[in-house]
Design a protein around this ligand. Structure first.
Ligand code: ADP
Length: 476
């Protein structure tokens, strides 16, 4: 049994902006089920949705700030959560990183540096909790200073740093080094410095004992200039310590027991899926028609997710016999263009702007296919959720999408391994050709049904991913 401190800036269902929150919920639970003692530490944002009791555990100082440590539990688990309470930094009810206009908070460096220092106090058993970490597992730039600062401690526990998305790096003006009181030995180009700036994510990549990322293909992708954001050299240098472990998905996404969908179903009662299609069409005010291909999309509306590519060929796509439902929010320009398309094509395209967990489940259950043409994708969750719901994913061959979707080809149809549709080139033409291919295949219900069965039978459980993480912990 190991004592694992899981340092993360978001965890579902307390607070979520993306896939990191899902992983921070599922992986600790899966680790705990193997007998590990896992504790989460997150900032005590004002807007946290907490259902379990909260107790106050301790009080300590970080610089001039007084930090209160609160304790609660992750729902439906025996995983404890420590909340770093520092109201001047975390007493916010909206997004943890950006304001309502989408701009990063001006004091993000100070906020997450304090969070990192609090995590170190816990890991080193200096926070009054009578608990010392055997392993500290950090996630994304918000926690990058933990491996860096911990490396300077006497008898520090080993660290693992997981990159969920290298595009977000926590880059700050170099002058912040003084404000944050970062020790000079960390400030070299081998350390936190990145072209005269301070890079939080480099703290994780340069100093952690092991680096993981959330799919084997993405572990390769980030070692290239195209997706390495200037960190590819360091990642190549550290590639003996870099490993890709695909995320699992958990039972919140299971059509057999999903409380958010119109009718539960399984691979044996797949015909019931059409009740969800009907409910989805009704919800989105689309003509109720079980024979038209219904495409779903749930996404942050940003370039990474290929939204610009979709917009570039949407006029032509809408000439096909399809319906298209979208749920998302993000780039205001993309939102505006999508709204215009929806207004002009009310019988084919329906759009909900915003974040809606329940609707996301209904889309997964009711759509025939799920569109995810990402330009890059560290792991991606929706293509796995989709397969579990018999909703065939259409994805670009990158990162975790390449690792988890098997393209439909004559050979994969006959050996029953096909689970979706994969295209290579990040171009509107390639996307459009793939949609055509999907529309055509939708006319062959027996083949379609077999691919749904293949997809629904793939094992995306957390168990095997958790075992791989335990293996990494054991190595250090
Ligand atoms: P990323 O973390 O890059 O946004 P992932 O596919 O890894 O992408 O995870 C996204 C998660 O967020 C999924 O669980 C997805 O269903 C959810 N999601 C994204 N946008 C919305 C939205 N507008 N409403 C509900 N859920 C959303």
């Amino acid at each position: 049994m190991k004592k694992i401190l899981f340092v993360t800036s978001e965890v579902y269902p307390l607070i979520k902006t993306g896939g990191l929150a899902d992983v921070s919920n599922s992986l600790p639970k899966a680790l705990s089920q193997t007998g590990q003692d896992v504790k989460l530490v997150i900032p005590n944002y004002h807007g946290l949705k907490i259902t379990a009791p909260v107790i106050e555990r301790s009080l300590f100082k970080i610089g001039t700030h007084t930090v209160r440590l609160l304790e609660t539990m992750l729902p439906d688990s025996d995983v404890g959560i420590w909340l770093v309470d520092c109201p001047e930094y975390f007493d916010i009810s909206g997004n943890p990183y950006v304001d309502f206009a989408g701009n990063a908070y001006g004091n993000n460096a100070e906020r997450f540096a304090l969070f990192c220092r609090a995590a170190i106090e816990i890991a080193m058993n200096r926070a009054g909790l009578d608990w010392t970490a055997d392993v500290v597992h950090c996630h994304d730039w918000q926690t990058g200073l933990v491996p860096a600062l911990l490396s300077l401690e006497y008898k520090c526990p080993p660290t693992v740093f997981t990159i969920h998305n290298l595009a977000y790096q926590g880059l700050f003006n170099g002058l912040m080094a003084a404000t944050l009181q970062l020790p000079s030995q960390l400030l070299s180009p081998d350390g936190l410095e990145f072209f005269s700036m301070i890079s939080f994510i480099k703290g994780g990549i340069a100093y952690a004992d092991k680096i993981t990322t959330v799919s084997p293909t993405y572990a390769q992708d980030i070692q290239t200039a195209e997706l390495g954001y200037g960190l590819e050299g360091l990642l190549v240098y550290r590639n003996q310590d870099l490993i890709g472990i695909i995320n699992g998905i958990d039972d919140d996404w299971n059509p057999q027991i999903d409380p958010f969908i119109a009718k539960n179903y399984s691979v044996d009662t797949l015909a019931d899926k059409k009740e969800n299609k009907k409910a989805l069409q009704t919800h989105f005010n689309l003509p109720v028609d079980e024979n038209i291909l219904l495409i779903g999309l749930i996404s942050r509306l940003v370039e990474q997710k290929g939204i610009d590519m979709i917009l570039g060929c949407l006029s032509e796509m809408l000439t096909f016999p399809i319906q298209f439902v979208l749920l998302g929010s993000g780039d205001k320009g993309f939102e505006k263009q999508l709204r215009e398309f929806a207004q002009a094509n009310p019988n084919k395209l329906s759009l909900t702007l915003g974040y809606d967990e329940a609707l996301a489940h209904l889309i997964e259950a009711g759509a025939d296919v799920f569109l995810m043409p990402s330009r890059f994708e560290p792991c991606g969750l929706n293509q796995m959720y989709s397969q579990r719901y018999g909703t065939l994913p259409i994805v670009r061959k990158t990162g975790g999408l390449a690792d988890t979707v098997v393209d439909t080809l004559p050979s994969t149809i006959s050996d029953k391994t096909a689970t979706g549709f994969v295209f290579n080139e990040a171009s509107e033409g390639a996307l459009l050709e793939t949609i055509k291919r999907v529309v055509m295949l939708y006319g062959f219900p027996e083949i379609w049904h077999q691919i749904q069965v293949n997809a629904m039978n793939v094992d995306f459980s957390w168990k095997s991913s958790a075992e791989q993480y335990i293996d990494v912990y054991s190595k250090i």
